[in-house]
Structures are given as C-alpha cells and as structure tokens.
Design a protein around this ligand. Structure first.
Ligand code: SAH
Ligand code: SF4
Length: 346
C-alpha cells in the first residue's frame, strides 16, 4: 500500500491510461474505469463490477475517492436552490450551489478556499485567501451533484465558475478541470455550458482568449470609473478600467464571443444615472450583455441592495443605448446563497 494516496479526480484520462499500462492492464480498462466514475457515477472502485477484484483493490490502495464531505446543506423555501458546504480533506470549507430553473440545472462551483482579492462586498473576499483547489477538487463538486441528480433521472445543464475564489487566480487547475469534465468518455459536458467569472485579471483574460475554447466569459465590473472601482474592487488599482476594457475588446475581437458583465447594484453607491451613463460609454460597440443583480448584503460591508425602481432605471438607461441588460433576481437569498456566505456563517 502506498503511503500517500492521490485524489482520483486529479487524474486526466491520459494519465490513467499510462498508469494502467505500467500496471500491465489491458488497454480497454481505462475506458471501463473512466465511464464507471464519470458516467455511471460510481463513488468507489467497489462499484465497478466489470473489472477484476484485484484491480479494484489496487485502485482503492492508490487513490482516494471521497475528498469532499457534504456538511451544512441548505434548501431555499421554494426548494429551487440548494447550497452545500463541502469540507475538504484538510478541513477547509468551500461551497457549491445548485439552482433549478424550469429545465435548467445550474451548478455554481468554487475554485479556491477563500479569495485573495478582497472585494469589499464579498463574503469570500472578507475571509481572505486559504488555498487553491486542485483540479480534482473542482471536478468533484460537479461529480457529487451529478450523482445526486442522476438518481432522480436529471443532470446538470450549466456550470458557472462563480463560487468561492477567483478562477483566473487558479488558472491552470480551473482550465484542466473544465477539460476533464469535457472528456467524451466521461461527463462530456460541452464547453459552451460553462461560464467562468473573473474579477478582471488582465493577463489571464488575454491568455483565455487564446485558448480557443467555447467556454463563456463573465467579467465583474460593478463600477464604471476607476475611483469608484478602486474603492470596491482593490484589484482595479493593478488593472485599471482602460486596461481591463482593452483586454475585453481583444477577447471579443479574437473569439467573436459575447462577454457578460456583472454588476451588483449597491444602493446609492453604483446604482446612479451617472454610473449607468458611464457604463454605457465603456461598453459602446462591444458584443456584450450586462447582468445586474441587487447586492446581497454581507456582514463585513455596510452597503445595501438597490431598490427595484432604481434597478429598472439603471437597466433602461443601458437599453436605451442599445446594451442588452437583464435584472437577475437573487435566488436563495434567505439561505446565504451569495458567494462565501454559508461558510462565513458556519
Ligand atoms: N471571483 C470571481 C468569481 C466569484 S464571485 C469574480 O469576482 O467574478 C461571483 C460574482 O458574485 C461576482 O460577480 C462577484 O462580484 C459577485 N458577488 C460577490 N459578492 C456579492 C454580493 N454580496 N452580492 C452580489 N454579488 C456578489
Ligand atoms: Fe474574490 Fe470574486 Fe469575491 Fe472579489 S468577488 S473577493 S474576486 S470571489
């Protein structure tokens, strides 16, 4: 038995293939194992009845298969939103949120425990950075929910990388995880079904544009001038708006893909006519969509949500300038479904 077991979900298909080769296994085993875990959603080698017992035991000796422990599960009143806090092997906590809307099953996943970027209104930012998740820890959040859904004949339709952490601060593991979930012999979740949300790390936006992937990109803007954005999102001091918008324009030019801009409307902070006009100016001529969401209040920040009327006015200013804009209702607000809020509570 090896001393240090590896997380099975950290393995790529090709890595498993090579490993099985060194074990002297026939080539078809890799597909049997991969489909067992990623299509039949087995949670341990014992469930793989089509492979020999000795190989099942060898897998159990070398790998761990349950690296996330579900704790503190919360359902919203309408049962449409379920938030799960997962305990990692080293006891840190992350959260994953399932949102049901008509036929959609959207999972919001985390890429880091905590976050280093300190956006003032964000519960995750308020707790600081703990560590990056491995690609396997990112994948396993999806696996855990696919398993639950498959029991009731459902499956995930969309994955949004908008949980705890900044995905572009853990760039390699995030992209690797998406590729693994993409694998045709595995979960086969199409690239277009993923959306990565970034606070606006310019070099990674440039890098992501060159990946030539159909994964959607969302950028958290929240303010349309540097002074206000500096005060809400400290990273703006490093990557100010003109650099960020240049990177966004470069992304659209290269990929011809539409960017989603996120804007949490904070009462009397960034919900003014002036901000709406400035935002319209920034986005002029750009292939994009704006999602506005009333702020979800957090313990560490004094600001509150905008009103319905102010949100409507903000939206109408953008639409009058030809910029598509949707007001999102924050679902599951009573279960702390905002990023990082459940972990903070527990
Ligand atoms: N780090 C990435 C993704 C995780 S945060 C990013 O910042 O984009 C996902 C989204 O939730 C971001 O748009 C973020 O600004 C927003 N968000 C964080 N805290 C919020 C709150 N209290 N109310 C509303 N939106 C919030
Ligand atoms: Fe980090 Fe995103 Fe929260 Fe900012 S909003 S602190 S980048 S998780």
């Amino acid at each position: 038995m090896s001393l240090e077991k590896r997380n099975f979900y950290d393995l790529d298909y090709e890595e498993l293939e090579e490993l099985l080769q060194t074990w002297g296994e026939p080539a078809y085993r890799v597909k049997q194992i991969w489909t067992g875990f990623y299509q039949r959603m087995k949670d341990n080698p014992g469930g793989l009845s089509n492979i020999p017992k000795a190989l099942r035991e060898k897998l159990s000796d070398q790998f761990t298969f349950r690296n996330l422990t579900a704790e503190a599960k919360l359902n919203s009143k309408d049962k449409q939103t379920t938030k799960t806090m997962f305990r990692l092997a080293d006891n840190l906590a992350i959260e994953t949120v399932l949102m049901r809307y008509q036929k959609r099953r959207t999972l919001c996943i985390s890429t880091q425990a905590g976050c280093a970027l300190g956006c003032v209104f964000c519960a995750t930012g308020q707790m600081g950075f703990r560590r990056n998740l491995s690609s396997g820890e990112i994948v396993e959040q999806v696996v855990a929910f696919e398993r639950i859904l498959s029991d009731i004949g459902e499956s995930l339709t969309n994955i949004v990388v908008m949980g705890m952490g900044e995905p572009f601060h853990n760039y390699g593991n995030t992209i690797t995880a998406i590729n693994r979930m993409n694998h045709p012999e595995g979960m086969n979740i199409g690239a277009r079904r993923f959306t990565i949300s970034t606070v606006g790390l310019v070099p990674e936006i440039v890098r992501f544009a060159r990946e030539n992937k159909q994964v959607n990109l969302a950028v958290s803007l929240h303010a349309a001038d540097d002074e206000l954005r500096n005060s809400l999102l400290p990273i703006n001091k490093k990557y100010p708006l003109d650099e960020l918008m240049n990177a966004c324009r470069g992304y659209v030019d290269l990929t011809h893909r539409r960017i989603t801009f996120e804007w949490a409307l904070i009462y009397d902070v960034n919900d003014s006519l002036e901000q709406a006009m400035k935002l319209a100016g920034l986005l002029k001529g750009l292939l994009c969509h704006v999602n506005i969401i009333p702020l979800n209040p957090t313990q560490g920040y004094g600001g509150g949500a905008t009103t319905r009327e102010r949100a409507k006015i903000f939206q109408s200013v953008l639409e009058a300038k030809g910029i598509p804009c949707t007001i999102r209702v924050r679902r599951g607000i009573e279960i702390q479904a905002g990023c990082g809020q459940l972990v903070t509570e527990v």
